[in-house]
Design a protein around this ligand. Structure first.
Ligand SMILES: *Cc1c(COP(=O)(O)O)cnc(C)c1O
Length: 374
């Protein structure tokens, strides 16, 4: 059995969590503030506001930016559903732009045509850890006076032309669910240089409390999106080790790239020359001739974790029902999504396991071909 993903927890993480439990302060305490300061320094921004998931971080930014009823946000459908749902939470409308066939990120040449009077923001997703083309996105945003929200949930430590993601737009969000590069259990964090956005997010995260700090004074609609101290302690220990964690992932990615290149039916991840990739998942794409679902099913039966990353958001049942999207609306997104597969990828994956995965994929591609020929 080789799982799809798994966290990398050392004694340091355990020690810091135990320290919190012994301290008696389990919420809104020093570990949260320490984690936020470390994250702000890591990204190179003024503010970091921790929260209880990447989803709540994205939601708070939409609210803090005043994006609401009838407003439009340009984003990608080739992502995890939360990057579009956060727009719906505030009754605004996601406007999907197709993706670039090589990087799977927003096709920046198609954004301008989708901008209308109602457009308030562009929300790129650095998909699978590959930074989107931020030069083009920022240029369009400043031309049309739009916010830029980086969904960096899959891309901590990734760089666009030498600058870390998260700090490249007006605000960014990282997520720390256990399948991400680093984890806090559940958790997320907003990063921004914008003082006003930071202040609003602090308030929204904490039941809409005002800056006066009075516990029972609520000045706006807020939520309980706070990160607890045990999660923050995990975050501190993981962020201390982030270079090591990302290097492990780079090692595994290089092994796959080397060993899979001999299989002609596989299109390997393309890493753009302008970026430093932060490997979140390792996603291969099969040639048109390969039945991805058959290969996936048989790999799963053999105990090899794999999953179709991503099923396009616009074709999720609830989006189809609500917006009437249909196959063919985003041809590149759909073509890519039909053939992509995430394969086992985590820090401690050994070369021997990589070899097993590669051999199994090769066998199952051959098997799938035989099925076609029968
Ligand atoms: C993981 C992820 C999120 C949300 O993270 P949660 O912490 O699970 O809420 C948002 N966007 C993208 C692209 C993600 O991969």
């Amino acid at each position: 059995m080789i799982p799809l993903s798994g966290p990398d927890i050392t004694q340091r993480e355990k020690d810091l969590v135990m320290e919190v439990l012994d301290s008696g302060i389990l919420g809104l305490g020093p570990k949260m503030r320490q984690f936020e300061q470390m994250m702000a320094d890591y990204v190179g921004v003024k503010h970091a506001i921790s929260c209880n998931s990447g989803t709540s971080g994205l939601h708070m930014l939409i609210a803090a930016m005043g994006i609401g009823e009838g407003d439009e946000v340009i984003t990608t459908s080739f992502s995890f559903v939360a990057s579009a749902n956060c727009i719906l939470f505030e009754r605004a409308v996601p406007v999907f732009v197709d993706i670039d066939e090589a990087t799977y990120n927003l096709d920046v040449t198609q954004i301008e045509a989708k901008i209308t009077e109602k457009t308030k923001a562009i929300l790129p997703v650095h998909v699978f850890g590959q930074p989107a083309n931020m030069d083009e996105i920022r240029a369009l945003a400043s031309k049309y006076n739009l916010w830029v929200i980086e969904d960096s949930c899959e891309a901590i430590g990734g760089e666009w032309k030498g600058a870390r993601v998260g700090g490249l737009g007006d605000a960014g969000v990282f997520a720390f669910y256990p399948n991400k590069q680093m984890t806090t259990g559940e958790g997320g964090i907003i990063v921004t240089d914008n003082d006003e956005i930071a202040e609003l997010c602090h308030s929204i995260r904490n039941q809409g409390r005002g800056e006066d700090g009075l516990w029972l004074s609520h000045v706006r609609l807020g939520y309980n999106f706070r990160m607890d101290e045990m999660s923050a302690a995990l975050g501190v220990a993981q962020l201390e080790r982030i270079d090591e964690i990302l290097a492990h992932r780079e090692r595994v990615a290089q092994l796959y790239l080397e060993k899979l290149k001999a299989i002609p039916e596989i299109i390997l991840p393309h890493v753009d020359a302008d970026v430093k990739m932060s490997w979140f998942v390792f996603v291969i794409r099969f040639a048109e001739t390969v039945n991805r679902d058959l290969v996936m099913e048989r790999l799963s039966k053999r105990g090899i974790g794999c999953r179709p990353y991503f099923t396009p958001i616009h074709l999720q049942p609830f989006y189809v029902e609500r917006f009437g999207f249909k196959p063919g609306d985003l041809p590149v997104t759909e073509r890519v999504a039909e053939k992509t597969l995430a394969i086992p990828f985590f820090n401690s994956l050994t070369e021997e396991q990589v070899d097993q995965v590669v051999a199994a994929i090769q066998e199952e591609i051959e098997h799938a071909k035989e099925q076609v020929n029968l």
